[in-house]
Design a protein around this ligand. Structure first.
Ligand code: PEP
Ligand code: MG
Length: 906
């Protein structure tokens, strides 16, 4: 059987269903399913995502040939169901052409509505509907959209003006009107004429009259939009593979712009910002498709309750609200009731919060889309727990509903309550995406990126945001817009990113040219500080201080579920008692990596460290080390205490020594006089430590082997601290870790020093404590000879930062310069220093685990590189049977959920 590339739906039947989202895209699969559920959906068909890949490979002509017959048959199917004819002015069938990938990418790709119109069909549409204004409004929208999307007339940057908008603005100015809806039939006819002239100017050709030519143009434009800049950026940010492709959905048009008994809107079955179980949404009367989400006109609320809440935030009286901005429940009660019933049914069916698009044509409701809605981290947790409590989903599904990375949002600081009381509110908008953000005002995505690159915190302030602003939104602390509702693309995307966003702050005045925004009687210039409260919609003057969030409730419940299902422990990388405590409060069960050198920089310690390094003999070094001993011991005591009952892995000194010595003459002078040396002597020593490749130089166990007194001192500090804490009733489990081991001899050498020193301390003190000696596996040779190394090691901890560096041969410090380019040009998909390269580095990790355990089945294995807190890497490690992953304190909850998911998925 030949490959099927087109799937039809309509009138309660469909060739596809919800299970087929990989092939039909999310929108196509759910349109099919809604048909099967007997919901009102305009008939149509879906061209598969596989065709998108064929399109990229073989090009336009080949693909049109491949699908021509199927598309023609599918159009005939829609004609039969609607009783209308495509490319025929008698009773014209008009269609929408919309994208729909496997994962939803709100607003990133292109759409064409009212396709099939020309001078003949517009006349017949006007006559048949008895509404010439509607017909001509549809026509002018079509020419504009088609010109933008298919003929490439869309402005390339924010600074460019859409040629069609320019024409329309001029006309409105001449007529002295503000809204599109104030233009009459003659104006619209005039607009179409001018639009077509603009098309001819731009393309050198007449606007295509043939509906078929228009259809192929529309279909190919959607495929092309899969590769547009913002779609590529969105995919990269959300790790959506390019191979997934987009489907194309062609559907009979229904019209929300047929007059005051027509409307279009977006609805959510629950609150996407907070997760509250409250149906909500927005609509616009006499409008079409993108008008709501594009944030052009300020939309009205669907429910009365939502409408009152909105009016309250906007400072609009109840009377004005009811008159000017009534809810759908008030303006079209029957449609509103039907919509709410459908939303309930869809949510019960998909067992998840739904994000729906609908159109009301002349009093009849049509569903255009449903999908699992994007939500904030807080909403993700609350919705899943509410569904669990309602018995809709089970515990495992609840955990699998978590996008672990999103938990991060819940751990972020919130505004300090008392500071908030004193903060001056300068504006109020809609609480589009919760969170606390303070930053310096910038007015464009480009500026936001430039400032963020300089490590500045920015708030992106826009009149309205569009998908082009994505880059700027990604780097900003928060987003403030003057226009746009809760369902505008900006709000949806911000919630998806977990970015604080206040939208539709109507009273602020943004001036892009002057780079100012007027709020609360003050003019804010670029660079001035403001703060946003995405949970209340308030905007404050200046920088409002923040505090730690309170965790518990649903978050705690999710953590408990994770603990119930996980097979992998989560430890933390922490160097101070404070970080250790913080991580423990997030559920860390031990320390996987304490980098002792980080303690060397505190207070006066660096002096003793420098003295040690610059000493020319062992005695000198021992003298300096003796000064460090009590300080290190005290640090370890604090950490053992914080981790009472859990293992604490302490790593011996690792970095190249020259990182500690002073390079400025003034400091060198100071050091020389303290040590009784000449400046020249100090300089000479500093110079002698210079290395061509310090990362591959005298560091890690190579230091302890050449200067065993360092290992001795550190071992003594660890063991003495453990004994001291044990005496105080603390349950201590010290684990001493040797860095950068590559050969059996290296670990043997250091293990001997450690064991001899520990034995000495036990003898001196007349008591002992169990301890382990293990190693980092971070040099490829260690993974290759893990069977030998395991003869000495009690545990392995994969240092995937160095292992990635040495496997790729990419310097950790220099790689960012070219990795950015690599990512942008598809040479690599993700930064291997962030996401473990399972294919390459992962082989070494697997080999290390297997070889190590072949020698010593009880060998304890973990990971302590940055990857230990990245969900996909955590899952990989869990599946390899590691005992634990270790990550920075704030990533502990993320790792816990990812590890539990790995156990459930197995
Ligand atoms: C590693 O290399 O993965 C590691 C944890 O050690 P560091 O980052 O300190 O080199
Ligand atoms: Mg390392």
């Amino acid at each position: 059987m030949p490959m099927k590339r087109v799937y039809t739906f309509g009138d309660g039947k469909a060739e596809g269903n919800a299970e087929m989202r990989n092939l039909l895209g999310g929108k196509g699969a759910n349109l099919a399913e809604m048909n099967l559920l007997g919901m009102p959906v305009p008939p149509g068909f879906t061209i598969t995502t596989e065709v998108c890949n064929e399109y990229t490979l073989k090009g336009r002509d080949a693909v049109v040939k491949l699908i021509q017959k199927e598309v023609e048959d599918a159009i005939a199917h829609v004609e039969a169901l609607t009783g209308k004819k495509f490319d025929n002015p008698e009773n014209p069938l008009l269609v929408s052409v919309r994208s729909g990938a496997r994962a939803s990418m709100p607003g990133m790709m292109d759409t064409v509505l009212n396709l099939g119109m020309n001078d003949a069909t517009v006349a017949s549409l006007a006559e048949k509907s008895g509404n010439p204004r509607f017909a001509w409004d549809s026509y002018r929208r079509f020419v504009q959209m088609y010109g933008d999307v298919v003929l490439g007339m869309k402005p390339k940057s924010k600074a460019d003006i859409d040629p069609f908008e320019e024409i329309m603005d001029k006309m409105k100015e001449e007529k002295g009107v503000k809204l599109d809806t104030e233009l009459d039939v003659e104006d619209l006819q005039n607009l179409v004429k001018q639009f077509k002239a603009a098309v001819k100017d731009f393309t050198g050709k007449d606007f295509p009259d043939s509906a078929w030519e228009q259809l192929w143009g529309g279909i190919c434009a959607v495929f092309d939009s899969w590769m547009n800049e913002r779609a590529i950026l969105y995919r990269r940010m959300n790790q959506i593979p390019e191979e997934w492709g987009t489907a194309v959905n062609v559907q009979a048009m229904v019209y929300g712009n047929m007059g005051d008994n027509s409307a279009t809107g977006v609805a959510f079955s629950r609150d996407a910002a907070t997760g509250e179980n409250m149906f909500n949404g927005e609509y616009l009367i006499n409008a079409q498709g993108e008008d709501v989400v594009a944030g052009i006109r300020t939309p009205q609320q669907i429910t009365v309750e939502g409408s009152r809440r909105w009016a309250n935030l906007q400072g609009i009286s109840e009377q004005e609200r009811a008159e000017k901005y009534p809810s759908l429940e008030e303006s079209m009660p029957t449609c509103a009731a039907e919509l709410i019933a459908i939303a309930n049914r869809l949510e019960n069916y998909y067992k998840d919060m739904q994000d729906m698009e609908f159109t009301i044509q002349d009093g009849k409701l049509w569903m255009l889309q449903t999908r699992n809605g994007k939500r904030t981290g807080a909403a993700m947790v609350k919705i899943a727990m509410d569904l669990l409590r309602a018995g809709e989903i089970d515990e495992k599904t609840t955990l699998l509903r978590m996008e672990p990375q999103k938990l991060d949002e819940l751990l972020h600081p919130v505004f300090d309550k008392s500071a908030l009381k004193r903060a001056k509110v300068v504006a109020k908008g809609l609480p589009a995406s919760p969170g606390a953000a303070a930053g310096q005002v910038v007015f464009s995505a480009e500026e936001a990126e430039a400032w963020a690159e300089k490590k500045k915190k920015v708030i992106l302030v826009r009149i309205e945001t569009s998908p082009e602003d994505l880059r700027g939104m990604a780097v900003a602390q928060g987003i403030l817009t003057m226009r746009g509702g809760m369902t505008s693309h900006a709000a949806v995307v911000a919630r998806g990113m977990g970015k604080c966003c206040v939208s539709g702050a109507g009273e602020i005045k943004v001036d892009y040219k002057a780079k100012t925004v007027d709020m609360g009687g003050k003019t804010y210039k670029e660079g001035d500080w403001i703060s946003l409260n995405g949970s209340t919609g308030e905007v404050y003057d200046g920088q409002v201080p923040t505090t730690e969030p309170e965790l518990g409730g649903d978050f705690g419940a999710i953590m408990n579920l994770a603990a119930k299902y996980t097979k992998t422990l989560v430890r933390t990388n922490a160097d101070t008692p404070r970080d250790a405590k913080q991580a423990r409060s997030f559920g860390a069960q031990g320390i996987g990596l304490c980098r002792t050198e980080h303690m060397f920089f505190e207070g006066d310690r660096i002096k003793a460290v420098r003295e040690m390094i610059l000493s020319s003999d062992v005695d000198g070094r021992r003298k300096a080390l003796a000064k460090l001993l009590p300080m290190q011991r005290a640090d370890f005591e604090g950490i053992f205490e914080a981790m009472d009952g859990y293992g604490v892995t302490i790593r011996l000194l690792d970095p190249p020594l020259h990182e500690f010595v002073p390079h400025q003459t003034a400091t060198q002078k100071e050091l020389a006089s303290e040590m009784g040396l000449t400046l020249e002597e100090v300089k000479a020593k500093v110079d002698s430590l210079e290395e061509f490749n310090p990362m591959l130089g005298h560091r890690g166990c190579r230091l302890g082997i050449t200067y065993p007194e360092i290992t001795e001192m550190q071992t003594r500090a660890i063991i003495e601290a453990a004994l001291n804490m044990k005496a105080r009733g603390i349950d201590v489990h010290p684990e001493i870790m040797i860095p950068l081991v590559g050969t059996l001899k290296e670990i043997q050498n250091q293990a001997d020093v450690i064991n001899i020193t520990a034995a000495k301390v036990f003898e001196e003190r007349g008591e002992s404590v169990p301890y382990k000696v293990g190693t980092m596996i971070e040099v490829p040779r260690a993974a290759l000879t893990a069977d030998q190394i395991a003869t000495v090691a009690d545990f392995f901890s994969f240092g995937t930062n160095d292992l990635t560096q040495m496997t790729f041969g990419y310097s950790r410090d220099d790689a960012p310069k070219f990795l950015k380019f690599y990512k942008e040009h598809g040479i690599i998909k993700t930064d291997p220093f962030e996401v473990l390269d399972q294919e390459g580095v992962g082989q070494l990790v697997r080999m290390g685990v297997e070889k190590g355990r072949a020698t010593k089945p009880e060998l304890k294995v973990g990971i302590c590189g940055e990857h230990g807190g990245e969900p996909s890497s955590v899952k990989f490690c869990a599946k390899l049977g590691m005992n634990y992953v270790s990550c920075s304190p704030y990533r502990v909850p993320i790792a816990r959920v990812a590890a539990a998911q790995a156990a459930i998925e197995e």
